[in-house]
Design a protein. Structure first.
Lengths: 392, 392
């Protein structure tokens, strides 16, 4: 399969972004989140460890990519932008305490006359440092500054058919990777061997669907670590009579389908089987509630009602939107499935429903990536949903 | 092998950090770079997609970890800190536009009386947003603020014996991963299949040395993309009669040994063989200059003199320090091997010497991770250094 995003796709996205900019009184936005840079231009590359940005102005249809000189060829190769809209800083600006790449980017915006009115920057996003922000402010003395964190991310919430096709492809890869993961959790294997085979499956993908790197490395907390959900792996062997939670994603063209499953090696205590059954029941209730017109908090409430009936409660949020992403996070960082988030769900919004039951020294998580449909949340991937018990 | 960092190691590091803080007039530093957090406490986990920090005060020997509630167990499992020095915010603060995790962290610092005098923050590091910085400033009205970007990173420059052992372990993994990479560049393979096998080798590591995830995914620009060095991979097959540059690292306990090699599939044009020979000659000259007492720019000058003799020049910096790291970068972001950096080299500083010759539509890179010794730069890894020619 081959899904390509063309100039029409980017035009649609840019129109939607400019409409939101108009609502918020923004003349220019300078996006530094690599996911947003990709969404607006197609730019792809592991270059987000140095300052880079895509600027969008109300005054002009075409955005500008700004980045490091040695990455300009990457911009030429991956974006739809003409040469006139690719602006680079030279390498002397990299990690140099006496100057900042944002100095050059500010000069580029001034040259274009994009330094008037209100300029939005992503003040709580990834890869914009306080010093970068200050350098841009110093370089644009005629601008007023505003926070546009989440503006592009919110445009990304409802997925196009092509985007959904990417996520379905990611889900096929996820299914294969989760099969590998379940297979590799074994007392004869080290955690690093399991992570290695999971990554191999994620990145190779399928014969007709090459995989991309996930924005988060495999999380496979095992034993006592199942109460520390962001543990990656060690070189220890998996232990008999313990739980392992595996949270991994399939990724295709930077679109993600993440999922968690829990494995027990041996004969699990009844309380863990019970917890898993409650989680699955709660997932079904939450998916049932994930219809257009309901809100984010309605989905959480459906989950909470279910577990409350079993005398349990979970404090953290139970999900977040997913899609196009770069490290360190595959979430879109806009809505949350939790009390107080009254955002109305719309058809083809996509989420990771990530519920679990965590006790002092063990935990069970069984999650689903899903799409909002009139019939409720439609699961992207088909993987068995019980506590996975391996007889070892 | 098993290398463990104990309380003594952290004590040594913290003393060195407090000495630098004193030099710079800092009473407290709040480190948000996950590499620095790990260096100061041992904290490990893929949780840096939410705000978290380690604070160090002149007034007290023990630092404080501050992060998300569900990551506190990870801090208990991976750091030497007592329960009194682990402070968590609840999940309602995550990605919530009406409050900020830094509000809670500021309250924790106030509670400890660490809100007086000068508080340093890493204003040009990763994972500190302008909004996070502003929230901390608002929460510490009695403090003056300063920029401590690079302070801990510079302490990290000279490696201890245990750290060097980790880097040697990483180099063994690198050697295996590079063999895999060379093997997988083949017209019968897709780029994603090569990336998959490289990652498998990196993460599985060796029988007695489990691998860790590298801070940068495999970069394997191929064909015309060799002039875009931060390209990851696609699902296209490798093409005959093209170059592929592979830049990958071995990682062990978050310590890195990165390297680039270049492969030609078929019979390479003489100009590419010549370029590779020049690069290797330049590497040898640069390593020869990498002795204590010489400076960063001396190393670059040795490289530059060599290639100038062949009528060539390269504009970007040719290397940077390496060691403990998290995504998005395996560099330490302090020194640069380039003109103008007069930092004096010291025994057991560690660098990635990353030279290459890039033309309009092709490039050759042959790099080395090395340690500064009295005899010059000592290579960590033993991998053939010529243009690798595969007859296909």
């Amino acid at each position: 399969m081959r899904i390509t995003f063309d100039a029409d796709d980017f035009d649609t996205r840019l129109r939607a972004v400019r409409a939101r900019m108009a609502e918020q009184g923004l003349d220019v936005i300078v996006c530094t989140d690599p996911s947003n840079m990709h969404y607006l231009t197609g730019y792809d590359g592991w270059s987000f460890y140095v300052p880079q940005a895509v600027a969008v102005a109300q005054a002009e249809a075409t955005p500008v990519w700004m980045g490091r000189g040695i990455d300009a060829n990457g911009a030429r190769a991956t974006t739809f932008l003409p040469e006139t809209h690719i602006a680079a800083y030279d390498d002397s600006y990299v990690q140099n305490p006496t100057c900042h790449p944002m100095d050059v980017m500010a000069a580029e915006l001034r040259r274009r006359g994009w330094d008037r009115g209100v300029v939005g920057m992503e003040l709580d996003g990834y890869y914009l440092s306080p010093r970068a922000h200050a350098a841009m402010q110093a370089g644009l003395p005629n601008a007023r500054f505003a926070d546009c964190t989440g503006l592009v991310n919110r445009v990304r919430a409802v997925k196009s058919d092509k985007e959904l096709a990417c996520m379905h492809a990611a889900a096929r890869i996820l299914e294969a990777a989760m099969r590998t993961a379940i297979d590799m959790v074994d007392p004869a294997k080290r955690e690093c061997d399991a992570a290695a085979e999971i990554l191999r499956t994620q990145v190779a993908g399928l014969p007709d669907t090459g995989g991309d790197y996930p924005a988060i490395m495999p999380l496979i907390p095992s034993g006592r670590n199942t109460n520390a959900p962001h543990t990656t792996w060690s070189d220890a062997y998996f232990q008999r009579d313990t739980l392992t939670i595996m949270e991994i994603a399939g990724a295709y063209k930077r679109y993600h389908a993440p999922m968690a499953r829990t494995v027990y090696l041996g004969e699990p205590p009844q309380k863990m089987r019970d917890a898993a059954a409650i989680v699955v029941e709660g997932v079904d209730a939450a998916l049932e509630a994930a219809k257009p017109g309901n809100t984010c908090e309605d989905v959480e409430a459906a989950w909470q009602r279910t577990i409350n009936r079993h005398g349990l409660a979970k404090e953290s949020r139970v999900g977040y939107p997913i899609g196009l992403s770069y490290p360190p996070d595959w979430g879109e960082r806009t809505m949350s499935l939790r009390p107080g988030d009254t955002t109305e769900l719309r058809e083809n919004m996509t989420f990771h429903l990530m519920p679990g039951i965590w006790q002092d020294d063990w935990g069970v998580a069984i999650s689903e990536p899903f799409r909002v449909t009139a019939g409720g949340g439609a699961r992207f991937a088909d993987v068995p949903r019980e506590l996975i018990v391996k007889d070892v």
